[in-house]
Design a protein around this ligand. Structure first.
Ligand code: COA
Length: 168
């Protein structure tokens, strides 16, 4: 069984992340969507909220997922490669949107391969419908009262709008 890890902050999950989840399942038999606790940026949503939104997202897109594949959604602390080993994953999957992403992703992939030589990184190019999406842009538009339906699923939109209404 080929096991892949799709790691990120997912603050919040967007249609761009969803697209990578669906396409990753063409490559691996089991995908672990791994939500990082320890990130440099300060997330808006708690880890529990981010995990819950991803669970609802997977439920929302379940009809588009290839049959017979397994998805697990888990938070992780510490090094990604360590978490990958603990879960017998041999691939790290990341989305690549633009040339500007490449430098960071290349650095991340190289660093991870230096820490562990048993793990490979696969970079999936974002589609033309999702390459402009980022979690920060979605949050900024939601904060300013803009329409985010084309970037995120309805439950994510509801969560963000609720959050910003509470904090006005
Ligand atoms: N479509 C749309 N948007 C996408 C996307 C896609 N296909 N792929 C990435 N993005 C966006 C995200 O929305 C996010 O936007 P933001 O910067 O505005 O928040 C950004 O690209 C990247 O976020 P994400 O995919 O969530 O990843 P990340 O860069 O926040 O995650 C970790 C980094 C968690 C993978 C990394 O920090 C890590 O591995 N941490 C664990 C500790 C560790 O092992 N460190 C050593 C690594 S060398």
């Amino acid at each position: 069984m080929k096991i892949g890890i799709y790691p990120g902050t997912f603050d919040p999950i967007t249609k761009g992340h969803s697209d990578i989840i669906v396409r990753s399942l063409k490559i691996v038999d089991k995908l672990i969507v791994a939500i990082a606790y320890d990130v440099i940026k300060t997330p808006l949503l708690s880890i529990e909220e981010r995990i819950s939104l991803i669970k609802q997202e997977v439920d929302f897109i379940k009809n588009t997922l290839p049959k017979g594949k397994v998805i697990k959604i888990e938070g992780f602390k510490g090094l990604l490669v360590k978490f990958a080993h603990q879960n017998n994953a041999s691939l790290i999957i990341r989305g690549l949107r633009a040339v500007s992403d490449f430098e960071y992703e290349f650095q991340l992939a190289t660093a991870n391969s230096k820490i562990s030589d048993n793990i490979e990184t696969v970079l999936l190019p974002a589609t033309e419908n999702t390459h402009f999406i980022s979690s920060s842009i979605v949050k900024e538009i939601a904060r300013l009262g803009g329409e985010i339906s084309s970037f995120v699923s309805p439950h994510v939109k509801e969560k963000l709008l609720g959050h910003y209404q509470k904090n006005i």
